[in-house]
Design a protein around this ligand. Structure first.
Ligand SMILES: NC(=O)c1ccc[n+]([C@@H]2O[C@H](COP(=O)([O-])OP(=O)(O)OC[C@H]3O[C@@H](n4cnc5c(N)ncnc54)[C@H](O)[C@@H]3O)[C@@H](O)[C@H]2O)c1
Ligand SMILES: Cc1cc2c(cc1C)N(C[C@H](O)[C@H](O)[C@H](O)COP(=O)(O)O)c1[nH]c(=O)[nH]c(=O)c1N2
Length: 174
């Protein structure tokens, strides 16, 4: 068995070394959308997690250098659309370097409470208002309180692990 040992001091960890280690943390893939006075925008994010259920709150980490950052800052509302198996090309499309028109034309969208685009066929969609923003390093952590939800029981899951997509199949109902 071989173990990769890292220096204890955080300052001794190189960026690429950190990314290589982080690539081993499997995560759900999400398309984060917004619409409002700052315009319609969306990007792919794996840095998403549950914070508290009272009030129902998630966090999303957004790089401040992303082209979508001004729209999210101005609109103060967003939807976390958790992707399903089969959404790999949509994930890559929203992963950067494509126009917003190209991103949004590739799928079907609706709205719930905040006006942020809800993706048809997502495993789950969390329509949220942004309640708090904390900046750490290159990223803004957006704390998001859910205003409405949609769940889809007919789809399988999608995980990003080791820089690739993997399907997670639901158990067959017995
Ligand atoms: N949190 C993020 O901002 C984040 C997460 C995943 C992927 N990405 C971006 O997507 C592209 C492809 O990523 P990949 O996973 O195939 O390979 P990669 O080698 O760029 O990243 C490996 C892992 O490192 C972490 N990571 C990457 N960039 C980061 C950043 N700027 N800040 C914090 N953590 C980061 C993520 O957990 C990622 O899965 C890259 O441009 C990457 O920057 C960004
Ligand atoms: C699988 C995967 C996962 C993530 C990303 C990409 C991919 C492919 N990206 C990058 C992000 O989607 C990209 O920078 C945005 O689309 C903004 O790009 P533009 O600046 O609009 O070209 C990303 N960015 C971010 O700020 N937080 C995140 O959690 C993630 N996660």
């Amino acid at each position: 068995m071989s173990l990769h040992t890292l220096p204890l001091a955080a300052s001794g960890v190189e960026k690429q070394e950190f990314r290589n280690a982080m690539s081993r943390l499997g995560a759900a893939v999400n398309i984060i959308t917004t619409d409002g006075p700052g315009g319609r925008a969306g990007f792919t994010a794996s840095a998403v997690c549950s914070v508290t259920d009272s009030p129902p709150t998630l966090l999303v980490c957004l790089n401040r250098s992303a082209s979508v950052h001004p729209a999210f800052t101005e609109n103060q509302a967003l939807c976390v659309n958790t992707l399903a198996a089969g959404h790999e090309s949509l994930s890559n499309l929203f992963g950067g370097k494509t126009t917003m028109a190209e991103r949004f034309i590739a799928a079907e969208w609706s709205t719930l409470v905040t006006g942020s685009p809800i993706l048809a066929g997502a495993v789950a969609s969390f329509d949220c208002k942004v309640t708090q923003v904390v900046s750490v390093g290159t990223h803004d952590i957006l704390f998001c309180e859910a205003q409405a939800l949609v769940c889809n029981d007919d789809t399988h899951g999608l995980i990003y692990f080791d820089r690739g997509y993997h399907h997670l199949m639901r158990q067959e109902a017995s």
